[in-house]
Design a protein around this ligand. Structure first.
Ligand code: SF4
Ligand code: SF4
Length: 92
């Protein structure tokens, strides 16, 4: 059986994880749900609202859970969602 060694970085308190800023172009969404279904962190869910295309675009449930993998952007067939790193001057 392999020995598992867990290491904690010495500067873990100083390390800052990037924060995500998720942008949804609601009226460009066709409501396929791919971004919701395949987000590894369950950041998105279907919204109640109806867009110009007559479908429910996704909404962000918890932006802090986003790991900036950009899979939603890659999988969206209509280029209706993208994620950027939130740039903060101070702690955000
Ligand atoms: S970037 Fe990744 S974790 Fe964030 S919402 Fe998109 S698929 Fe989910
Ligand atoms: S993958 Fe794109 S088109 Fe499909 S629900 Fe998400 S934002 Fe809308």
């Amino acid at each position: 059986m392999p020995v598992r060694i867990w290491r904690t970085p010495l500067n873990i308190e100083k390390a800052k994880l990037p924060k995500a800023e998720i942008h949804i172009i609601k009226n460009q969404c066709k409501g396929c749900g791919f971004c919701i279904q395949f987000c590894p962190k369950d950041v998105l869910e279907e919204s109640e609202e109806i867009n110009e295309r007559g479908v429910h675009p996704p909404k962000v449930v918890d932006e802090s859970k986003c790991v900036l993998c950009s899979f939603c952007t890659s999988i969206c067939p209509d280029f209706a969602i993208f994620v950027v790193e939130k740039l903060c001057e101070e702690e955000c």
